[in-house]
Ligand binder design. Structure first.
Ligand code: PHE
Length: 358
């Protein structure tokens, strides 16, 4: 090839590049120009055989042409890509007036709602919320709480033991082991609350579940009295039930002032004296109904002054420290608050039930 051939080769090359309307065609053009047998490649190769006087000039111009062609192909390629993307976006139709898809929001479980409310109430009374393991050892769950292996009270705590039995590990049967852990870990005086799941190896029916929720409270100080305990329980229960809950009736009963409490002697090995605390029935206002079995009172929680051997087991000096504790069945409070008549709803996971608690 000679210098005279250059202009037409150049014109052909750029025309072909601009004429390529898609990437596949452009790739063919690239092969025709820059491939092994391509025209531009041929031009560069022919420089060696060109007449001597033209060789330098031809060499220079053919290299420039090769560079320009390479750049033109790259530019065309990115132009074609952009155009393809733009075309795809234009083809898609967006109707901006269509309503959006509302993400399905979950709701808090009624147990969570009441637990959070209770935590809020007692936090304002100076309690700290603590969290303890669901898998406990025998010592924390029973022995330290004054329930040795041969104690009849073990019968009321049908226990899920973990294998192997020699390890003495179990699913806690109540939240009371939290008392021991808290006293061992915390410098008195202190007030602590331990909400949590507890487990009992029990036949399930409308009022019994193998897995349910309790909330334990512990108050450790120098001068602790039953009067103290009664006052704290009255305030706490009054505030829990003052929350207006639309689902259940009657609303008129849900005011702090309507809650009365009474103590009956109750036996728990880890408290002395121990009590069962009853609350006036909120459904009938104390006049008697099905829920309170016509008595006007509902059994609500266990409580009492912490037994000195429990304080000692946890390492406290009984000459200086005293304590009261309560254990409340959270599941039960939730059922009373929302008028739920079967405990199995709580852990059943039925969305039709759960969606009512928005
Ligand atoms: N742990 C007891 C139970 O599960 C409840 C309780 C807690 C009683 C604290 C008294 C004091 O039945």
């Amino acid at each position: 090839m000679t210098l005279n051939d250059l202009p037409s080769l150049e014109l052909d090359a750029f025309t072909a590049i601009e004429a390529a309307l898609d990437e596949a065609t452009l790739r063919d053009v690239e092969v025709q120009l820059l491939g092994k047998k391509g025209s531009v490649t041929g031009l560069v190769k022919s420089v060696a055989e060109a007449p001597k006087e033209e060789r330098a000039e031809l060499g220079k111009r053919s290299n420039l042409l090769k560079k320009a062609v390479t750049e033109a192909i790259d530019a065309r390629r990115s132009h074609l890509r952009d155009a393809a993307i733009r075309r795809e976006l234009d083809d898609r139709t967006f109707d901006i007036t269509l309503p959006g898809t509302v993400p399905a929001a979950g709701t808090l479980h009624p147990l969570t709602l009441v637990q959070e409310r209770l935590e809020e109430i007692v936090t304002a009374m100076g309690f700290t919320v603590l969290d303890y393991p669901e898998v406990e050892d025998e010592w924390h769950n029973f022995e330290a709480l004054n329930i040795p292996a041969d104690h009849p009270a073990r019968d009321s705590h049908d226990t899920f033991w973990l294998h192997p039995r020699e390890h003495k590990l179990l699913l806690r049967t109540h939240t009371s082991p939290g008392q021991i852990r808290a006293m061992k870990e915390t410098v008195p005086p202190f007030r602590a609350l331990f909400p949590g799941k507890v487990f009992r190896y029990e036949a399930v029916d409308a009022s019994h579940e193998h897995t349910f929720h309790q909330i334990e409270g512990l108050f450790v100080d120098r001068d602790v009295s039953v009067a103290n305990l009664i006052h704290a329980m009255t305030v706490m229960l009054g505030q829990i039930f003052s929350a207006t809950v639309e689902q259940s009736e009657p609303k008129r009963a849900r005011t702090a002032a309507n809650v009365k409490v009474r103590l009956r002697p109750g036996y728990f090995p880890f408290v002395e004296p121990g009590f069962e605390l009853d609350m006036s029935c909120l459904l009938c206002g104390g006049t008697g109904c099905k829920v309170c079995k016509q008595s006007g009172w509902v059994e609500t929680l266990g409580c009492g002054l912490v037994h000195p051997s429990v304080l000692r087991a946890a390492g406290l000096d009984t000459a200086e420290w005293q304590a009261w504790a309560f254990g409340i069945g959270l599941s039960r409070i939730v059922m009373m608050q929302y008028g739920i008549d079967d405990i199995r709803h709580l852990m059943g996971g039925d969305l039709r039930f759960l969606r009512q608690f928005r």
